[in-house]
Design a protein around this ligand. Structure first.
Ligand code: TRP
Ligand code: ZN
Length: 867
């Protein structure tokens, strides 16, 4: 174990000693004994006759060099050392692997009887000994041999041959013409229903599209297909990027550690991000499918054609591809609503990650287990960094930068530095200081103040930036922060920004610790809108008066800014009420604040979806992030009381809207989604009033789609209505045979605010649809309890922590990757009171004392306990 726990550092990158130009793989599939023969063409890149390959969890059968048995090797730990090698040779390695026992879901495993693979980041080394690193790019030929009861045998690229073996098995051969790293390899074998369509690319090539789903689920694949076609079209139109193979396949599997995987020409998806019809999926599920189908498709260029030199560069493909999928969703749907959702993730869980023992820059410096770095920081903050580059350059220069990036790096493994250089060279914009965003971790804070000088008609903004030390990095430097602003006169007209007699950009370049900006010709005291569209992933501190925020909620010239003003306004009262509750005073919300939200509800010019966002309070986790020391009970009680107050004070408006927004037919057009979203937001407030029981029950009974069904159930859940149990039982009776649909039910059990939730969860673990082997089930029931039910998880008795500890010990043995994601809330123990700290720490220490702790958990737990 000891040597596998060694950390790797970004600074120690070394180019490979050899490369592999071609690999010919043959799989003789068998549930517990799959035979893999890998024939690689190997070339020396450095003067050495030793080659060290990676390999784990398999049996080595034989090694040949240039078709001769080779004995100059030894297996050392998780490597195969080959010695006395010529400069160029053919290497043949035969291994045996056991898919049936692969519960970690990395490498080749079984999902409901179908074979499938997951190779990112380092899963290929569980299939054969190989140079399992992203900077070794080879052409793959893959032959799959399987019994006849696996009618579909799939791999990357184009199918070139097929037949039947002497002993009656079928075989298929695939060839992928595009050289790729091993993490993009995929194999699938099983029986499926297939949805087929086709797409004609801009240059007129025809691409076959195939979506493989479990038998009987064909009617749930149409939205994924539509989304795929939309993604292909969008990437041509917005980025000028065309698909490059004759076939694109997507396979939906039930057992999957993450969302989906961009394997070349053969994406493997968590079925959650493929399967949907109006009876089984909510609007959010539909939008999630569109985003993830888009994300994996966009990886074909940003990830596959240009891949990462090493895993420290992960954000090169992930940050950029998240940026692209966000833009895709925004171009197709509501830009404001998408932005709001993305910003909520940054301000909530991403800022929390920065403040945790796992804090790291978007390009990490030190890694023990790579799977631990598929994080909100690398993905979501990484996307914000790309978005800032986009803001600084503008769309046209950004696209020039993309073009140059592909000209320089297509077909190779690149670095984040390569990307920034291409952006810089193509645009002429200096990104020297900006690069610090790649190496500096933590959440910068911007403290802004303003002065208006009546006499000389100037408006001065003073900005200070400060990034607090993080667990991984003590010293911080000043970053280049684009700060979008706008100023308004009292009537809500935009005042043009002028400095030194010239009009200036509304994006200020903050580059120093302290800076002032003086705007001239401002004829009256203005109101300033700051950090527009969340122009940088920072915490903004500005002492807004309530009237200014209420003004911005109405007059800001950008929906995001209006929403943000509303969040700041309610945020002020969440903070002040937390103090009140801590001093045993009651929760108070002034009439003026209620009126500001009433105004939003009654504004006919606003999009429904947007009004729904305006009415959604920051959640418990986001509010926790505002404090160094978290008072769980005070936060819970304030958020609940404020919600009740708004529900009661605005009952008439909510009620009128609720009834007027009813739709008879279900469509997934964006306006219809928005309408349901607002109506169901109204319901969540009305559930807290005396109308609650009857409205919720009626909606559950009359719903003709899953969005409305789930909205009724979660309103019943959150408001702890008496009808909750009846609805839950009815749902379970209807869907108990479908794990994916039951996940929504499990998530409601996990987030049940009732005092006895833990017992309810333990009972739910005995539900016929539940299994600890399926990551979706674990995340729905247990993940939601740990992450979305803070009041119960952090129960002072410590029962929630002990439950988490037990589950983590089990999962450590079966699926360390999933265990490692689940442990995150425990790592943050330092933010809680002493009693809770002690109890949480005990669970971490118990984990560390296990003698078979996987390196995934080891890395996180040691970091947390060292901190
Ligand atoms: N590259 C995948 C994506 O972002 C992420 C992914 C899927 C992954 N499965 C994984 C990462 C397993 C690590 C392990 O779309
Ligand atoms: Zn990705």
């Amino acid at each position: 174990m000891a040597s596998t726990l060694q950390a790797k550092y970004r600074k120690d990158y070394q180019s490979p000693s050899h490369t592999i130009t071609d690999i010919n793989l043959t799989f003789d599939l068998h549930e517990s004994q799959t035979r893999v023969v890998a024939i690689s063409q190997v070339k020396q890149l450095q003067q050495t006759n030793q080659l060290i390959l990676d390999g784990e969890n398999m049996e080595l059968v034989s090694v040949q060099v240039n078709q001769q048995p080779w004995s100059h090797y030894q297996v050392v730990d998780t490597t195969l050392e080959l010695n006395d090698l010529p400069a160029e040779f053919e290497l043949q390695i035969e291994t045996l692997i056991n898919p049936a026992e692969n519960t970690a879901l990395e490498g080749l495993y079984l999902s409901d009887g179908a074979f499938c693979t997951q190779c990112e980041a380092e899963g290929f080394r569980r299939i054969t000994y190989y140079l399992d690193r992203p900077d070794v790019l080879a052409r793959y030929t893959t032959t799959i041999i399987a019994p006849q009861n696996y009618p579909y045998l799939l791999s990357n690229g184009n199918k070139v041959e097929e037949g039947v073996t002497e002993d009656g098995k079928s075989w298929v051969r695939w060839e992928d013409p595009h050289p790729k790293p091993s993490y993009l390899f995929a194999l699938v074998a099983g029986d499926f229903d297939v949805l087929r369509d086709s797409y004609q690319t801009v240059s007129g090539r025809n691409v076959a599209l195939e979506i493989f789903v479990d038998k009987g689920n064909l009617d749930r694949a149409h939205h994924a297909m539509r989304s795929l076609i939309n993604a292909m079209k969008w990437d041509e139109q917005r980025f000028g990027l065309e698909y490059d193979l004759d076939i694109y396949m997507v396979v939906a599997v039930d057992f999957f550690n993450m969302g989906a995987m961009e394997n070349k020409g053969l994406n493997v998806f968590n079925s959650k991000f493929v399967l949907a019809n109006d009876q089984t999926a909510t609007d959010n599920d539909y939008l999630g499918i569109e985003a993830v189908i888009g994300h994996e498709y966009f990886h074909n260029w940003t990830g596959n054609r240009v891949t990462c030199r090493d895993w420290f560069q992960l954000s090169l493909k992930e940050g950029l591809t998240v940026f692209r999928d966000q833009e895709f969703s925004s171009d197709l749907g509501s830009r404001a609503v998408n932005r709001i959702h993305n910003v909520r993730i940054i301000r909530g869980p991403q800022f929390a990650e920065d403040a945790s023992p796992m804090s790291h820059p978007i390009r990490p410096e030190k890694v023990i287990e790579m799977n631990n770095f598929y994080t909100l920081t690398v993905y979501e903050k990484g996307s914000e960094v790309i978005r800032m580059i986009h803001t600084l350059l503008g769309e046209s220069n950004f696209q020039k930068g993309m073009k140059l990036y592909f000209e320089r790096h297509d077909g190779t493994a690149a670095t984040c530095e390569d990307f920034v250089s291409a952006m810089e060279d193509a645009s002429g914009v200096d990104l020297k200081q900006f690069r610090l965003w790649y190496s500096q971790s933590g959440t910068p804070e911007l403290r802004v103040s303003s002065v208006y000088h009546e006499a000389d008609k100037t408006f001065t903004l003073s900005v200070r930036q400060h990034t607090a030390s993080t667990a991984d990095q003590k010293e911080k430097q000043a970053l280049h922060i684009p700060l979008g602003i706008e100023i308004y006169d009292q009537q809500g007209n935009i005042i043009e920004l002028q400095c030194n007699g010239k009009a200036v950009s509304d994006v200020l370049d903050i580059t120093e610790t302290e800076q002032s900006f003086v705007f001239e010709s401002v004829t009256s005291q203005p109101i300033v809108s700051l950090l527009r569209d969340f122009s940088a992933p920072v915490k903004l501190v500005y002492d807004y008066r309530d009237e200014e925020l209420a003004f911005l909620m109405v007059h800001a010239k950008n929906e995001f800014a209006r929403w943000d003003a509303g969040q700041m306004l309610i945020g002020k009262y969440i903070r002040s009420n937390i103090e009140r509750v801590q001093q045993e005073q009651s929760v108070e919300l002034p009439e003026s604040v209620i009126d500001a939200f009433r105004g939003v509800l009654l504004d006919p010019s606003l999009e429904h979806a947007f009004i729904a966002e305006m009415l959604a309070l920051p959640n418990h986790n986001e509010v926790s992030g505002w404090f160094d020391s978290v008072d769980v009970d005070a936060i819970e009680s304030v958020l609940h009381s404020i919600k009740i107050s708004l529900g009661q004070e605005l009952q008439d408006e909510f009620s009128a809207l609720y009834h007027s927004l009813k739709q008879d037919e279900y469509t997934i057009e964006h306006p219809a989604i928005g309408q349901r979203s607002l109506r169901n937001t109204c319901l969540s407030y009305l559930a807290l009033t005396e109308q609650g029981e009857s409205l919720v029950q009626a909606q559950y009974q009359n719903a003709n789609n899953m969005t409305d069904t789930m909205a009724a159930m979660s309103a019943a859940n959150q408001a702890e209505l008496t009808c909750r149990e009846t609805l839950m039982d009815d749902y379970s009776a209807k869907w108990k045979h479908d794990g994916l649909v039951m996940d929504k039910w499990f998530a409601l059990q996990g987030t049940n605010p009732a005092k006895d939730t833990l017992t309810v969860i333990q009972n739910a673990m005995n539900h016929e649809a539940f299994t600890l082997k399926n990551p979706n089930r674990i995340r729905s029931l247990i993940g939601s309890f740990l992450n979305q039910n803070p009041a119960r998880f952090h129960d002072k008795s410590g029962a929630g922590y002990r439950f988490a500890g037990e589950i983590l010990q089990k999962l450590n043995a079966t699926n360390p990757q999933v265990a490692s994601r689940l442990v995150d809330p425990l790592l943050k123990y330092k933010r809680y009171d002493e009693t809770r700290q002690k109890l949480m720490k005990q669970e971490l220490e118990a984990l560390l004392n296990m003698d078979d702790l996987a390196k995934d958990l080891y890395e996180k737990v040691t970091k947390a306990l060292e901190a």
